[in-house]
Design a protein around this ligand. Structure first.
Ligand code: DX5
Length: 231
């Protein structure tokens, strides 16, 4: 399963909020609910103040799912680890612009490994830092919270950054948002151009995951009707 082509709204469950003790079953539940991709938050306790998963978790889940595995590397020196995540079964890898000195080289490496590439920027990072690399990426991730933990409140000021990123990349690149994404905050980002919506708490902490995913999707598709950018 590859990263879905831009132009559709995709709801992306973030497994950081799932019951890790039953991860395969949690993933099967959201897969049955119709999502096309899931996100793995990889944290190293250095770039962000938390430690989460490594390649073994991705590899353990790979045989149990047909979903596109979206790996977000919130780690320093990501170039040292991308091959292990690709070998483990990642279909898409996003690195943080704040962690690399030569992003174009890393995007080229990812493409040579046969996966799609994404670049992420933190709330405090200016869009100008991705101007050169964004055109070569299949996805740009605008963090809507400071990375490191699930369950944080959405930062409203990041919606403007979504608009700037959409203007920068045009309609053929996915614009992903991550952090505090709920039915209440979805319209703010979709109206500015986001089409790939990562949610942890809003999905996995809901007793009916299929209903939670459906509500996020319906809210987003309703907001798409009032788009402020040309598709
Ligand atoms: C935070 C992670 C997010 C987080 C989303 O650093 O990148 O993916 O898990 O969780 P919620 O939806 O709970 O904010």
């Amino acid at each position: 399963m590859r990263l879905p082509k831009a132009g559709t709204i995709e709801i992306v469950p973030s497994v950081l909020a799932a019951d890790i003790g039953h991860l395969a079953a949690e993933v099967a539940e959201v897969e049955a609910a119709g999502v096309k991709m899931i996100q793995f938050d990889i944290m190293d306790g250095h770039f962000v103040p938390n430690i989460s998963f490594g390649p073994p978790i991705v590899a353990a889940l790979r045989p149990h799912s047909l979903l596109a595995f979206d790996v977000q590397l919130m780690i320093s020196e990501p170039h040292k680890y991308v091959e292990r995540f690709v070998d483990a079964g990642a279909d898409h890898v996003t690195f943080h612009i704040e962690t690399v000195s030569d992003p174009l080289e890393l995007v080229d490496e990812l493409h040579k490994m046969g996966v799609t590439a994404g670049v992420a920027l933190n709330p405090e990072t200016d869009v100008m830092h991705i101007v050169d690399v964004a055109p070569y990426c299949e996805l740009v991730l605008v963090m809507t919270v400071h990375p490191g933990f699930g369950g944080q409140a959405f930062l409203p000021e990041t919606a403007e950054k979504v608009r700037l990123v959409r203007e920068l990349v045009g309609p053929a690149t996915r614009v992903q948002v991550d952090g505090g994404i709920t039915p209440e905050t979805v319209p703010q980002v979709v109206r500015q151009g986001a089409d790939t919506l990562v949610a942890g708490t809003a999905i996995f902490r809901h007793k009916d995951r299929a209903a939670a995913i459906d509500e996020l999707r319906r809210t987003a598709e309703k907001a798409v009707g009032n788009l402020t950018y040309a598709r």
